[in-house]
Write a protein that binds this ligand. Sequence first.
Ligand code: ZN
Length: 416
Amino acid sequence: MKTTLRGIALLALAVHAVAETQYIRFGKLIDGKGKVWTNVAVVVENDRIRSVENDTQPPTGATVIDLRRYTAIPGMIDAHTHMTYYWDQTPGTIPWTQSGARQSQVTVFLAQENALKTLQAGVTTVRDLGSSEYADIAMRDLINRGAMLGPRMFVSGYGLSVTRRPARPGFAFPPGGTADGVAEVLRVVRQQVAAGADVIKMYASTGSDQDVTGFQTFTYEEIKAAADAAHGLGRKLAVHSYGPDGARDAVRAGADSIEHSTDMDDPTIAEMVRRGTFYVPTIDHNRYYVEYRQQFGYNEAVAARLNDYIRRNLETARRAHKAGVRFAMGSDAVFTMFGQNTRELEWFVKAGMTPEQALVTATTNGAALLGMENSLGAIAPGYFADIVAVEGDPMQDIGVVIRNVRWVMKGGKVIP
Ligand SMILES: [Zn+2]
């Protein structure tokens, strides 16, 4: 018995010792640490980056990958997805209704398509903010064990919501996240952490798909309870607020990120700068609804309302950026929006960012929001080998990272 165990241990050591080394050449590389390299090689050992160096001689036995035509950027991070919102595009069906009627076990399997499209867009990590029956946890774990192809997922389980009328026929807020009052908020936060959630999501206002109202739902005390409970358990709190009131209270209650929010007042924006609260405006989410309004059955009045929301959302982003708020790129991707995850970056440039600043929101900032700044969001020694090759210069044109992704590696594995 003793010998067998020792044998297994030795075998494990042997497997570890035969490291797979890859030597990847790029014409240019933006490392996410503030440096732009030319004629560079990234040495990858198993799933991590061993070094970034001037392209000279590959180490003996290394697999050489020649991408000298391209620019490397760190694998991008989408800080707001709903990976388990899946629609099979059957004519005559509505995404929301179909999604709400399906078993979660089936959804987990079908949603692989969303995960793969996300990866192929150069997004190697997501923060998934809201699912039901822990389908998100199942996907995260399947991806982590290599049984499913997809980005690294940091998931929230059930998003917390107050008792409300169903937001739409066939797709009410899942009851598992319902909480009224501080005691219930504490219970639901703890339940999500116990189930395996990485982050806590709270819906502090009305507003979702065609509904762009932003009435505050949770009180300051309830949001504060969620923030303290999440932080006490080593988790961060993401607060959804379409309107300014929920955002105002969420910032002061200690939320780590504010999702969506339009029309935030100057003192709230100043407080975000002071506290380092992230803003994840998800402007492109409503562009998607307007563009695909036929799929959702939205008429012109709905489209006009969504467009008005986009305008206010962009204006709020402009003011927040000018004031110095930290942004993270979040698509709020649902259904057929996967694959378009990074289009949010174009809005950020419209809001006044340089392409370089926009890219930071999808790399360094996304990693910081996840608390993963030492292993994600950069191409540097010790970091996960999450690398994207794009054709063109992202420093000149952010469209390059949106439309010209040519090659994606996640954890040392090239994505087909
Ligand atoms: Zn969302």
